[in-house]
Design a protein around this ligand. Structure first.
Ligand code: RFL
Ligand code: PHB
Length: 398
């Protein structure tokens, strides 16, 4: 090993979880180093989430990250649920007084990296973490937790007080916890999402969630010139099976509605993603704390993954601030318990939206009728639509 570095909090991963954590810690006067395996361009350009709930927007605004989001983000006060050829609006403003903002995850990441570097923060790109050490060391012991990573072909070590595992579902932090400590709760779904970015103005002014016998479709957007559209597909489907004309045809069929038609255009990106629900408990081990997709995955139907990652690191930053300010370890000790209460509510919501809106090949005619009953209820009962709305705009933070 060639070189050693030292910081208070070593953060693995420069996705939304790692970068927001580093930003919040900085505002508390706590030093951190972010280690990211990929390049800066890669993490900024990756096409992922697009919906920020009100809590996330408020946090970004309050902590000085909001300028470009306020200028370029699209504020939406509702969504549409479309089934049996008719659209039904869920009015967030009327039901909750709150809203969502359409702003790409890549832009969130870009703003965060800019803010961290402008404040003199350290974010090391192309720094791949290979192993974690001494996770169980106590605060009084001379041994500190450390992170080994490879940068420019050299193995280096970062020693810290705490490690934040913000390295996503396929990262190294969760597998570094000894066998038997974690319990995983998981459900995979028998379908995937084919997602496209198209250079065409959004077909509708708000997001449209479509239930159809041929499967789910979602009409979303990134800007007033760029549409983001999704189709339920087979889990092992190949993108080669989906020429552009077939994608537009299928989107048109599944979103069909009286007096309305979808206009096609150039598709500039396409990909297929699997769908799963996943949680590990607890979300911490010794001085390692897991946050975001490293600890849990939700199917994207509720638009919650990024927002949940932000909610975790908010709890973590505040717990670490308490520790450094007063030596109080209780909030860190209770990190997992605090986060999991929110995590399971969001898991429930994401699973419910997914179950209500997708075609399950194992379902029979009864199950299809029951789904329609659910959709009818949620669009006709104020109590039911308010429940959807309060979850979609974001449950209150504790
Ligand atoms: P990320 O974003 O995966 O970041 C983890 C980072 O860790 C790095 N890494 C390592 N770095 C160093 N050493 C190693 N050994 C490393 N291993 C991994 C990775 O390179 C990466 O940069 O996790 P984070 O920060 O927890 O953020 C989670 C969100 O990215 C995710 O939940 C959302 O994108 C989910 N999601 C959505 N969330 C929303 O809130 N609203 C949405 O509208 C929404 N839509 C979506 C989505 C996810 C989707 N896909 C593709 C899964 C739509 C889709 C299609
Ligand atoms: C998106 O715009 O990428 C998006 C929107 C809503 C979802 C999932 C993804 O539920």
């Amino acid at each position: 090993m060639n070189q050693g570095m030292r910081t208070q909090v070593g953060i693995v991963g420069a996705g939304p979880a790692g970068l927001v954590l580093s930003h919040l810690l900085h505002l508390e006067g706590i030093d951190s180093v972010v280690l990211e395996a990929h390049t800066r361009e890669y993490v900024q350009e990756r096409v992922r989430a697009g919906v920020l709930e009100q809590n996330t927007v408020d946090l970004f605004t309050r902590t000085g990250l909001g300028a470009r989001m306020q200028r370029e983000g699209l504020v939406h006060h509702g969504i549409e649920l479309r089934f049996q050829g008719r659209g039904h609006r869920i009015d967030f403003r009327e039901l909750t007084g709150r809203a969502i903002t359409i702003y790409a995850q890549g832009d969130v990441v870009k703003d965060l990296i800019h803010a961290r570097l402008a404040a003199g923060g350290t974010v090391l790109f192309e720094a791949e973490v290979v192993s974690l050490h001494d996770l169980e060391s106590s605060h009084s012991s001379s041994r500190k937790p450390s992170i080994r990573f490879r940068k420019d072909g050299t193995l280096m070590e970062l020693t810290c007080d705490f490690i934040a595992g913000c390295d996503g579902f396929h990262g190294v932090c969760r597998p570094s916890i000894p066998r038997g400590v974690l319990t995983a709760y998981e459900r995979t779904y028998p379908f995937g999402w084919l997602g496209i970015l198209a250079e065409v103005p959004p077909a509708f002014e708000e997001l449209v969630y479509c239930y159809h016998d041929r499967g789910f479709a979602l009409l979303s957007m990134r800007s007033l010139r760029l549409s983001r559209l999704y189709l339920q597909c087979s889990p092992g489907d190949l993108i080669e099976n989906w020429p552009d004309a077939r994608i537009w045809q299928e989107l048109q069929t599944r979103s069909a509605c009286q007096g309305w038609s979808l206009t096609g255009g150039p598709i500039i990106q396409k990909g297929i993603a699997g769908m799963r629900s996943f949680v590990v408990e607890p979300m911490q081990y010794g001085r390692l704390f897991l946050a975001g997709d490293a600890a849990h995955i939700v199917p994207p139907t509720g638009a919650k993954g990024l927002n949940l990652a932000v909610a975790d690191v908010r709890v973590l930053a505040s717990a670490m601030a308490d520790f450094y300010r007063s030596g109080d370890r209780a909030p860190c000790d209770h990190y997992s318990e605090t986060c999991l209460r929110r995590v399971w509510k969001i898991q429930r919501f994401s699973w419910w939206m997914t179950s209500m809106l997708h075609r399950f090949d194992s379902d029979n005619a009864f199950d299809r009728r029951r789904q329609l009953g659910d959709l009818d209820y949620v669009t006709s009962s104020r109590a039911a639509s308010q429940s959807l709305a309060e979850n979609y705009v974001g449950l209150p933070t504790d």
